[in-house]
Design a binder for this molecule. Structure first.
Ligand code: GLA
Length: 377
C-alpha cells in the first residue's frame, strides 16, 4: 500500500499527460563566425512546459521562440533567419536587443549639458535604433544561468565612449529568463561614466499563427493606452500627446490590426500604417499590462507587461516580400508585428517627454515581460 502511495504522483502524472516529460535546460552550439573571425554561439533554452527560446550572443537576437496553441501544439512564433549570414546582412532588426537608443533621434543630434552631440544618421537624416552598428550588431558576452528549473542568459556589453557618436562608456547588461509559466522576462541595466541617452528595447517580430507568410492583420490587438505621440513625415514625434479616442489609434478594446490600418488619416499616412508610440496607461514606472494580442486561428495570446512609459507598435509595414527567412518562409507585407517597450522616440530633443538621460552614479533599470497563454486557458 505504502509503495502504491509513493508511486501515486507518478501514476497521476502519466495519466494526465500524453506528452513525454520535458527536460528543462540550456544547451549551446556554434552559430558560425563573424567576418573578423570571432565565434558566435547560439543557446537553446527549454522551459519545463516545453517552450523553446533560441538566442545568440550576436545582437542578443532571439532566433526562435515556440509557444503552444490552444491544442498544446508548439510553433515558432518569431521571424528571423536560419543562419548567422542572414543576420549579418542588413536586417530589419529581427529579434535583436536595440541600443543605445531604441527608435529615432531627429537629425541624429541632441544637446546635453550645453554640448551638441552628432550621431550616425542611418534612417534618412535621422538616427534609428542606435546607429549603423547598434547593440543589435555587436557580439555580447553571454552567461547562461538557472534559477531552479528556469533558465536564461545574461548578456553584457561595454559600449565605448563615442560609439555611434554617444558620450561616455556605457556598461549594459540585459537578462533574458524563460519561466515555468511561459513568460520571457527581459531585465535591462546600464551604467555610464558620462551623461548619455539610454533607451534599450527588444525588437522581436511576431506572427502568432506560427511560421507563415500570412499577414498579421487578423490578429486582435489591445493596447492599454489612452494616448499616443503623433509623428511628422519623418516619423519624429511632434511633441504632442494626443488622445486616441475617435481615431484609428484607439486599441483600448481589442480590435483586429487590419480593421483601420489603411484608414484615411494623416497619422496612418505618415506611419505607412501603424508605426507609432503609445503612452502606456498612466506613465508610471510600475510593471503593468501594456498590450495583449490574440490570434484567432491558433488561439495564441501574447501579453506585454512593462515598466516603460511607452510602447512602439510597428505592424511590419516595411516588410515587402524581399526577405526569405527561416525554412524558406517569405516575409510578406505586414507578416510580423513588433511591440517595442520604450521611452518615447526623440526624447533627448523633447523637453516634455520623460527623460532618457543616464548620469554617472545612476543605474538604468527596467523590465519587460512577454507572457504567452491561449484563449483556452
Ligand atoms: C522600428 C521603427 C520602424 C522600422 C522598424 C525596423 O519599429 O519604428 O519604423 O524602422 O523598426 O524596420
Amino acid at each position: 500500500m505504502r509503495r502504491l502511495l509513493l508511486l501515486l504522483p507518478f501514476l497521476l502524472m502519466s495519466c494526465t499527460s500524453s506528452e513525454p516529460p520535458v527536460e528543462a535546460g540550456i544547451q549551446s552550439r556554434s552559430f558560425g563566425t563573424l567576418p573578423d573571425g570571432r565565434d558566435v554561439t547560439i543557446y537553446k533554452v527549454t522551459s519545463p512546459t516545453g517552450m523553446v527560446m533560441e538566442v545568440t550572443n550576436y545582437g542578443g537576437i532571439i532566433t526562435r521562440l515556440t509557444a503552444p496553441d490552444r491544442d498544446g501544439k508548439f510553433d515558432d512564433i518569431v521571424l528571423g533567419y536560419d543562419n548567422l549570414e542572414g543576420y549579418l546582412e542588413e536586417t530589419p532588426y529581427f529579434g535583436a536587443i536595440i541600443g543605445r537608443y531604441g527608435n529615432r533621434i531627429a537629425r541624429g543630434q541632441f544637446t546635453l549639458d550645453g554640448e551638441t552631440y552628432t550621431l550616425a544618421q542611418n534612417n534618412g537624416e535621422n538616427h534609428l535604433h542606435g546607429g549603423i552598428q547598434g547593440f543589435d550588431k555587436v557580439l555580447w558576452n553571454a552567461e547562461p544561468f538557472s534559477m531552479g528549473n528556469e533558465y536564461g542568459i545574461v548578456f553584457t556589453y561595454e559600449s565605448p565612449d563615442g560609439e555611434e557618436g554617444y558620450p561616455g562608456t556605457l556598461s549594459a547588461r540585459v537578462t533574458y529568463l524563460l519561466t515555468a509559466d511561459n513568460r520571457v522576462i527581459f531585465s535591462y541595466q546600464a551604467t555610464t561614466d558620462k551623461a548619455t541617452p539610454v533607451n534599450l528595447t527588444q525588437h522581436s517580430y511576431f506572427n502568432l499563427a506560427g511560421p507563415s507568410s500570412d499577414s498579421i492583420l487578423d490578429h486582435e490587438l489591445m493596447l492599454a493606452a489612452d494616448h499616443f505621440t503623433p509623428i511628422d513625415a519623418g516619423l519624429i514625434p511632434t511633441g504632442e500627446i494626443r488622445a486616441v479616442t475617435g481615431t484609428p489609434f484607439d486599441f483600448t478594446t481589442a480590435t483586429p490590426i487590419g480593421e483601420r490600418i489603411n484608414a484615411d488619416d494623416e497619422q496612418i499616412a505618415f506611419g505607412l500604417g501603424y508605426d507609432h508610440n503609445w503612452v502606456v496607461s498612466d506613465m508610471t514606472s510600475s510593471m503593468r499590462l501594456a498590450a495583449r494580442v490574440h490570434e484567432p486561428t491558433s488561439g495564441r495570446v501574447m501579453e506585454v507587461l512593462t515598466e516603460e512609459p511607452g510602447i512602439q507598435f510597428y505592424a511590419g509595414n516595411f516588410l515587402d516580400g524581399t526577405i526569405t527567412g527561416k525554412g524558406g518562409n517569405v516575409y510578406e507585407y505586414r507578416s510580423g508585428f513588433c511591440l517595442e517597450t520604450q521611452h518615447f522616440p526623440d526624447s533627448p530633443n523633447q523637453s516634455t517627454f520623460p527623460s532618457t538621460i543616464l548620469r554617472p552614479g545612476e543605474t538604468y533599470q527596467t523590465r519587460t515581460i512577454y507572457a504567452f497563454t491561449t484563449d483556452a486557458d
